[in-house]
Design a protein around this ligand. Sequence first.
Ligand code: CO
Length: 281
Amino acid sequence: MNFKKLRSLLGVHGFPWDEQKGPRRILGVHPTRVNVTHDSKPSSGAKSATNSHVFGCDSREPATGHGFLVSDRPVYFGISGQVCGRSLVEIIRYPHPTLRHVSKPLKRVDTELRKMVDEMFELMYAARGIGLAANQVDLPYRLFVLNLQSDPELKEEERVFINPVITHRKGTAQREEGCLSLPELYAEVTRPEKIKVNAFDLSGNELSLELDGLFARAVQHEVDHLEGVLFIDRLSETSVADIKEPLEEFELDFKSRRDLGEIADDEAIAARLVDLERMRT
Ligand code: CO
């Protein structure tokens, strides 16, 4: 992967937020615009998202990093774990129902949401990941964060994709993937090799990018999350059979955490997502 080329691609920010272009919605090719504000007050009477469930800290499990190899360089889509000492959200694991939530486009970006995005980056770095979607931290918003270098020092590598829409797909490529919500589980996934994606950044700039290699793969992996799709859904029956055991372990772990009252029931999770959606989608 040519990162110089990627960086130069990413330097292009598309259309300025205030440019008068008129409606450009062509069958969902363009992402839904977001209203960017610097006001931290919620737009409705909905409950604040900064409740203890979202930002609660739990010292049960220390942050640890797990990696895997894509091609010859180590990259990470994931791990889990919780990080304490700061008000960080938790990365939820399969089979948490929010991982199956189809996220609605964001209409509002406010100070509180920016804070959530900062926390997502922190969690992602703590887990040594390169990408994290909002529903992996139990938020129903159509956004994800990326830093393909997984290096918190490289702020210029940080990207926030809001309301992303993949408009073109070309070729096929196979590579090993993992996911922060399925730590230590890896499998070869076949996906289109090249894509075009449109999205907005946190400042409301429209991004329009042509991607290949790891960048294209990571964006597709994260856009899948926003559709409630996991990389294990893209495996052949034989490959799924190969990972049957670890998947069952995740399911057992989830059940025992729920039995202990550490994870809310499906109804409570769904109600909370509706409240959060009401605020910004
Ligand atoms: Co993932």
